[in-house]
Design a protein around this ligand. Structure first.
Ligand SMILES: [Ca+2]
Ligand SMILES: [Ca+2]
Length: 500
């Protein structure tokens, strides 16, 4: 088994367990989707492609679908996978999928079977396709007769992760997968299905301007929009931070979705980033974040723009990106930045432990709070804090003291970078009262009361009143009493998003 990833080992085990269907257990060997597969996570954790490979294996493996993710930190695109009803129905189906062909089991690096299938009670067939090759794209052909179907009848195909309609098929079908890509194709009886509208990649073939380019050939900016996952752009040697890539549509174009496919070397390389659009005068931030990964889909409210720019503010290693795609998908929406003081200069401090809490007073421009970014870090010198880092959202009374807690989330120690980074939290709150004031409280009540700021949780702040509709407050008694600091000129650094 040496040399096989955990994901591929699980694939082997699931695929070899179809003979137990309906014999030993009602459900087969349960396993879980590991938290770091889908959670925002750190740069060294699994990519989304790897997470989806595991999801295909687990969904078609007849096991339980156990989710260990820290849901308030799960980005919209990964949440869409967890909430995908068709995927959940496949899991509820219970039985393990069969391989179309399997000749060996953990044999000299031979990959797990790449085509597996199972049928539901209506006789519709679900085909799991997995490209175990991490370097090359794969074109996969499946004979319908190998799935136990009538090779001369018409069927209707759709893909479960994306929900895309693939049209009719008879005899066989072919599907293309990127390196380490996966798909689940539903093959439904009857040929009444129409070819669905395929989303058009508006960035495909469009000119790209970049901040710098790696000097060897093969890393040119044009690789960002050539439609191939296997070609990539890299910034120049020595160019670590503040690198960018700008795609010029050539005319004003409506866009509401961008996909960033970051290259993974030993690890992912981009830390803090922003996606921006050109409003005719300057670049406007649509979204910001920390860590990108191999398949970051950013949904947002439609913007009309001639250019978009992917801005890589800080990076662990010189950034490299395989592809940037842009779409306008009818009915698609998402959250956009509506309040943000993170473009100003800021300082950082780490004293959150025991009774020490800090709170930012803020107002909402809209009645929803789908997402906010907080700028945080973990000061790690000898040990990590004993308690998690908590983020509460509260309503405030007329004296700006906490009234009612309406949201809470927490990150365990070790999950937070050692330098200030925007961490996205998804409160997913709706129907909020815009006339009220709110508080964002940062705390870690059971962490030791250290003598120094070492081994505590940290935050970013400015003393220049960078946020007009509120200010920072400090509590030294575990949130019982609060005092405003620096004459109300101090603000925490944070970003508020809205879907409205
Ligand atoms: Ca490419
Ligand atoms: Ca302020």
């Amino acid at each position: 088994m040496n040399g096989y990833s955990g994901i591929e080992r699980q694939a082997f085990n699931d695929i070899a367990s179809w003979w137990t269907n309906g014999t030993l257990y009602s459900y087969n060997d349960p396993d879980m989707i590991m938290p770091e597969n889908f959670a925002q996570g750190f740069w060294y954790k699994y990519s989304q492609n790897e997470g989806k490979l595991l999801a295909t294996t687990a969904a078609l493996g007849g096991g339980h679908w156990l989710i260990g993710d820290n849901i308030p930190f799960l980005s919209e695109d990964r949440m869409n996978i967890l909430e995908n009803k068709q995927l959940l129905n496949i899991v509820a189906n219970g039985g393990a999928a069969k391989p179309v062909s399997m000749t060996n089991f953990y044999h000299k690096g031979e990959h797990a079977p790449d085509v597996i299938y199972t049928a539901d009670k209506h006789g519709d067939v679900y085909v799991g396709l997995s490209n175990w090759n991490s370097k090359d794209e794969a074109s996969m052909s499946v004979n319908l007769s190998d799935l136990g179907l009538n090779s001369s009848a018409n069927y209707t195909l759709s893909e479960i992760y994306t929900g895309s309609q693939l049209g009719k098929a008879s005899g066989q079908f072919t599907y293309n997968l990127p390196p380490n890509g996966t798909a689940i194709i539903k093959v439904a009886k009857g040929g009444s299905g129409k070819q669905g509208e395929t989303a058009v990649n508006l960035a495909l073939g469009k000119p790209v301007n970049v901040s710098s380019t790696w000097s060897d050939s093969g890393y040119e900016a044009a690789n960002l929009t050539d439609g191939r996952w296997s070609t990539r752009w890299s910034a120049a040697g020595g160019h670590l931070n503040n690198e960018w890539a700008e795609i010029d549509f050539g005319k004003v174009t409506a866009v509401n979705q961008v996909v960033i496919k970051e290259y993974k070397g030993a690890n992912f390389q981009i830390a803090n980033y922003a996606l921006q659009y050109w409003d005719g005068t300057s670049y406007v931030d649509i979204t910001k974040g920390f860590t990108v990964g191999d398949n970051k889909t950013i949904h947002f409210k439609s913007v009309s723009t001639s250019k978009i720019r992917f801005y890589m503010k800080t990076n662990y290693i010189i950034p490299s990106v395989s592809e940037i795609e842009a779409y306008y998908i009818k009915g698609n929406t998402g959250s956009n930045i509506v309040q943000d003081n993170s473009n100003s200069e800021y300082a950082s401090y780490s004293d959150l432990r025991a009774g020490v809490q800090r709170m930012q007073v803020f107002k909402l421009n809209n009645g929803d709070l789908p997402k906010l970014d907080i700028y945080i870090y973990e000061s790690y010198v000898n040990t990590v804090p004993a308690d998690a880092y908590y983020f509460d959202i509260v309503t405030l009374d007329e004296n700006d003291n906490p009234q009612e807690k309406i949201f809470s989330a927490s990150l365990p120690a070790y999950n937070i970078p050692g330098s200030v980074s925007p961490y996205s939290i998804y409160p997913r709150l709706k129907n909020l009262d815009k006339s009220k004031k709110y508080g964002l409280i940062l705390k870690s009540p059971k962490s030791a009361d250290t003598a120094s700021t070492d081994n505590n949780y940290g935050f970013a702040y400015s003393d220049n009143d960078t946020y007009a509709d509120g200010y920072e407050r400090l509590s030294l008694d575990g949130g019982k009493t609060w005092a405003t600091e620096n004459n109300g000129k101090r603000d925490l650094i944070f970003t508020v998003y809205s879907n409205e």
